[in-house]
Write a protein of this length. Structure first.
Lengths: 250, 327, 441
């Protein structure tokens, strides 16, 4: 079975980031493999280890995002495809899913996996968009994934419980990071990654994005809080008094 | 006259609170634009909700009734929404940002050639019909001001971003013909494992008590449950205690779990990692109980109690009981 | 794939990367293993890289459009502080603007990653591009020994073998100790705690406030009240759009006097003179780290063994002699020298302790060991309690009396000096300290 995992290089959201004049200011070098995508890669690797098959990772991004493909290859993916766009090219879910759909036409993937969203934008759209463009059945926010013959069994986290959904192949699944703990590449993985096939294709034309970012701003500040001191009983009495009389929530 | 369409998610036979919030906001936007406000309901008996939606100002209720909507499955929901949009021709469709909506939003955007702004904290429709919104990004550390042009524009609203408010109107029900052929489904729903049967759904709760790593054992869990009991709260949890198996995955609050915005959030033994805060910072009043005075949760807390939860919760539960008894 | 390497380097900091660069240039096959998620991830230092060795590693680095360093040091300042005053020696020179620069402010998380990128480029251009590797996020747990000589490393379940191993693991030199090159116990006297904050400014504000050009920067060391009477000193370096401000605190003295590094740092930042320089900045990072004080008594017994070389801070190659806090430059030079020895050893086919001794010799002949040996006296002087209590007070009292103009008869400088000296130190102590300082600096 052929698994194709769409991955993205994202800024490390735990790094210091400021907003200045409406733009995000951060260390451009601090980029990571999107954690949700890492879970998707892990899921694909586990399934191929159990059932055989191959894992290809596909990334849309600038030249320097190659290192993120190498990371996935070091985890154990077998080959990579880099759809190269210029640094700073505006991309939204619409554009990325269109580029990926073009790539997947006739690529013969049985299961396309991707993270349920990207850590930086938290949009969570590209997976569904890609499935729709390719006319594939899909499931999002998977917290469990299994193969039963040619059937993919997805456990997804829904609003009121976990929904167990069976999908025929080919299909697409977006993965939650609650599904697994992605493996950290070991030395052999890092070394093998260097010689694994990595196809690089320059994207000729990037579809115009439908959504434009006008600027960034800091979150509105919450009013500073109060610390309640004293013995536990005093603290408890005081917080309840304030909740009732000041905040009026109980 | 242009139409603003608001999608109403139904859970346990009732429109969710976040749907009513989105509908209320859609009404304000429609009023400002001189547009009609319509609601879309996909449910086994969708028309039954029309009166309630009328109270929130929906002039038209597009009712898509089919037993398949008893449980969530993206294919029929997509088909139902596609049918409503084709009929209503809205310039914007407003959704509550539920898991069910997240499941269909991307595909729906492609299918209806729409532009889409997911999970926004604020939005408005500009004079030219474009939608401008503020949405949290970078683990909810910042807001991005975004703009989408298209017809329609789909926008989903984070729970708690707007108040649900009534403005009664006479709702006209428009039943949308819908006959879903289950045989055409390529996906099958095998079962729904509901871990919180009957309990308050976290993202819709007015009061949330959330447990973190400080809750170490069965006794701690019992205290959390007792506190939630006296407050009438839903129980949430940090990733750590979900992973340890102490609390179910449906209880997880945060960037990857549920986004909650209750009137009162009580964090018990929660340190406040950014991923968790991303899911609760919108709460109106935040109480934090934590032993570590430097825990980041205190940066967002309205009331902070530095102390051992095992010592603080018992008198807290008592004090709440007394207060509720007297009022 | 023949998996035997010429050399395995443990640690992807400056020492390890410098060694790797030299090996790549010599077409040697190496495996560099860094425990952080990327080179620099585990490094909180924001400091100054002194000297010109970087130009050897990365020729014309100053022309890089995406430089890994922050600013060149074009202005240096040494400040004596008491509670409310600061007396500074300030030196700025156009000579500092000549390339190669002699001092660069760096933020290690950025610098190390940039340098790692340069090493990757050098590997790609080498004859053994597919046989040398930089691996991150992996912890080496053991140096594999065979018949008393290092033959490889173990990380988790994996074992890799090489003709020799360079330990460039930094101050937490567990493997160096494991190999028996350093006694397991390092006395607190030999260690210090470094605390640092990175405070972000608008670039224009920063340049105006510190009188910097687009590329020039300032390094400022502080003695006296900076550390609240605890042995050590303070520093303030300007980065591209931030300053690194922090303290280095002697661990033993800190323990004896109590107080947390964080509180002392806040006290330092609240000093009127420092606070004025930091006004309007936004703290974006706080970090703490154990560093070596440069006391040679805590150096490893040896920096080489059969199949083994130790470089950088793992070998305790650090010096704070009052003029500058040096360590990164020593790391760079020692990494280079270690790699050069490995290249010669490969040529000779001899990785025995007898041959690797050449590394020790090269180090001794370099400025690194000459300075380390030559300035031990200065290190001792700096550890003298008077240096962070009475001396800065004396200097500041003198400054206040000398620079204050009021409506009273003005005293001559020598009178002021005599009075402030009396107030703070015995004449004899001052003479002794002065003489020691003069000799050792």
């Amino acid at each position: 079975m052929k698994f194709c995992v769409c991955i993205k290089q994202v800024p490390d959201v735990t790094a210091p980031i400021q907003v200045r004049d409406g733009a995000l200011v951060m260390d451009a070098g601090r980029v990571v493999l999107n954690a949700y995508d890492a879970s998707a890669v892990e899921a694909a690797l586990v399934l191929t280890e159990q059932h055989g098959g191959e894992v290809e990772v596909v990334l849309v991004g600038p030249e320097r995002a190659t290192e993120t493909i190498r990371k996935a290859l070091a985890m154990g993916a077998h080959r990579g495809t880099h759809l190269v766009v210029d640094e700073g090219t505006p991309l939204d879910s619409h554009a990325v899913s269109a580029l990926l759909a073009r790539h997947f036409e006739g690529a013969g993937c049985d299961v396309i996996l991707t993270g349920k969203q990207a850590q930086d934008t938290d949009a969570g759209l590209a997976g569904g968009m890609l499935a729709e463009r390719l006319g594939l059945p899909y499931a999002t926010n998977a917290v469990g994934l299994a193969l039963e013959g040619d059937t993919v069994v997805v456990t997804r986290q829904g609003d009121t419980g976990q929904e167990v959904i069976a999908l025929p192949t080919p299909c697409l699944v977006t993965c939650s990071n609650d599904m697994n703990d992605p493996r950290i590449p070991n030395l052999r993985g890092v070394m093998q990654a260097k010689s694994k096939p990595l196809a690089s294709e320059r994207v000729a034309e990037v579809p115009a994005p439908r959504v434009r970012v006008l600027g960034y701003e800091p979150l509105p500040q919450r009013a500073p809080g109060v610390r309640l001191d004293g013995e536990p009983a005093e603290q408890a009495a005081e917080v309840v008094r304030r909740l009732a009389e000041e905040a009026r929530v109980i | 006259m242009p139409t603003i369409l608001s999608y109403v998610a139904v859970q346990n036979g009732k429109p969710t609170r976040s749907s009513l919030e989105a509908l209320s906001r859609a009404r304000e936007v429609a009023r400002a634009r001189g547009a009609d406000l319509a609601a879309a309901v996909l449910a086994p008996d969708a028309a039954a909700h029309a009166d309630e939606l009328g109270r929130y100002g929906a002039a038209t209720v597009y009712a898509v009734s089919d037993p398949i909507f008893r449980s969530h499955l993206n294919t029929p929901v997509l088909a139902g929404l596609e049918a409503v949009i084709a009929r209503a021709q809205p310039e914007a469709v407003v959704f509550p940002s539920t898991e069910g909506v997240k499941d269909v939003l991307g595909a729906l955007a492609v299918r209806t050639a729409a532009a889409v702004l997911p999970d926004v904290a604020r939005f408005e429709v500009a004079g030219d019909g474009a939608v401008e919104a503020l949405r949290p990004v970078m683990a909810a550390k910042f807001l991005a001001r975004v703009r989408a042009e298209g017809k329609p524009v789909l926008v989903s609203v984070r729970a708690g971003s707007y108040e649900a408010s009534e403005a009664p109107a006479e709702a006209r029900v428009e039943a949308v013909p819908f006959a879903f052929d289950e045989g055409s489904l390529r996906q099958t729903l095998r079962e729904v494992v509901s871990s919180a049967a009957g309990a308050v759904d976290l993202s819709d709760a007015r009061v949330v008590v959330a447990a973190g790593r400080g809750v170490k054992d069965a006794e701690g869990k019992r205290l959390v449950e007792e506190l939630a009991g006296v407050l009438g709260a839903a129980i949430g949890a940090s990733r750590a205690v979900v992973e340890s198996g102490m609390f179910p995955a449906t209880a997880q609050i945060g960037q990857t779990g549920k986004v909650v915005s209750p009137d009162l959030y009580v964090g018990v033994g929660i340190s406040g990692a950014i991923q968790h805060v991303a899911g609760m910072a919108n709460s109106r009043v935040i109480v934090a109980v934590n032993q570590n005075p430097d825990a980041p949760i205190f940066d967002v807390a309205t009331y902070g109690i530095v102390g051992d939860l095992y010592k603080v919760l018992p008198p807290l539960i008592e004090a709440i009981k007394q207060r509720k008894g007297t009022s | 794939m023949d998996e035997r390497f010429d050399c395995i380097i443990v640690g992807g900091g400056i020492a390890g990367l410098s060694a790797a660069m030299a090996l790549a240039r010599a077409d040697a096959r190496f495996l560099l293993i860094e425990r952080g998620e990327w080179s620099g991830a585990k490094n909180v230092s924001g400091g100054v890289l002194w000297g010109t060795d970087l130009a050897r590693l990365v020729p014309n680095y100053w022309e890089d459009p995406e430089p890994g360093w922050e600013r060149y040091v074009g202005r240096r300042r040494l400040t004596f502080m008491d509670e409310r005053s600061a007396f500074s020696l300030d030196f700025a020179s156009a000579h500092f603007a000549e390339t190669p620069y002699t001092g660069l402010t760096v933020l290690r998380s950025r610098f190390d990653r940039w340098l790692a990128g340069k090493v990757e480029e050098a590997v790609a251009q080498s004859a053994v591009a597919d046989a040398s590797f930089l691996a991150q996020n992996i912890l080496v747990e053991e140096v594999l020994m065979e018949d008393g000589r290092a033959v490889g490393i173990r990380a988790g379940e994996e074992r890799f073998f090489a003709d020799c191993v360079i330990l460039a693991e930094g101050v937490n030199n567990l493997l160096t100790r494991q190999a028996g090159l350093q006694t397991a116990y390092v006395p607190a006297e030999g260690l210090a705690v470094g605390v640092k904050e990175v405070i972000r400014f608008d670039r224009k504000v920063l340049e105006d406030r510190f009188q910097l050009s687009e590329k020039s920067g300032m390094s400022n060391e502080f003695v006296g009240f900076a550390t609240g009477g605890v042995e050590g000193g303070g520093f303030l370096y300007t980065n591209r759009d931030s300053v690194s401000v922090g303290l280095v605190l002697g661990m033993a003295d800190l323990r004896a006097k109590g107080g947390t590094p964080y509180d002392l740092l806040n006290q330092f930042k609240a000093h009127p003179v420092v606070a004025d320089q930091l006004r309007g900045g936004e703290v974006v990072e706080y970090s703490a780290k154990v560093v070596s004080t440069g006391d040679m008594r805590v150096m490893p017994k040896e920096v080489y063994a059969d199949g083994l070389l130790v470089a950088g801070e793992a070998a305790n190659l650090v010096l704070n002699a009052g003029r500058a806090i040096q360590g990164m430059d020593y790391a760079m030079r020692s990494g280079l020298l270690a790699a050069e020895t490995v290249i010669e050893a490969k040529r000779a086919g001899d990785f025995s302790a007898g041959f690797l001794r050449n590394y020790r010799t090269a180090l001794e002949n370099s400025y690194v060991m000459q300075d380390l040996r030559g300035f031990q006296g200065a290190v001792a002087v700096l550890h003298d309690p008077a240096m962070f209590t009475s001396v800065p007070r004396l200097v500041c009292d003198f400054g206040r009396a000398f620079f204050t103009v009021d409506n009273r008869p003005t005293r001559k400088a020598y009178q002021i000096l005599r009075d402030v000296r009396k107030a703070h130190m015995s004449y004899w102590d001052l003479v002794k300290l002065g003489a020691r300082a003069a000799r050792s600096l």
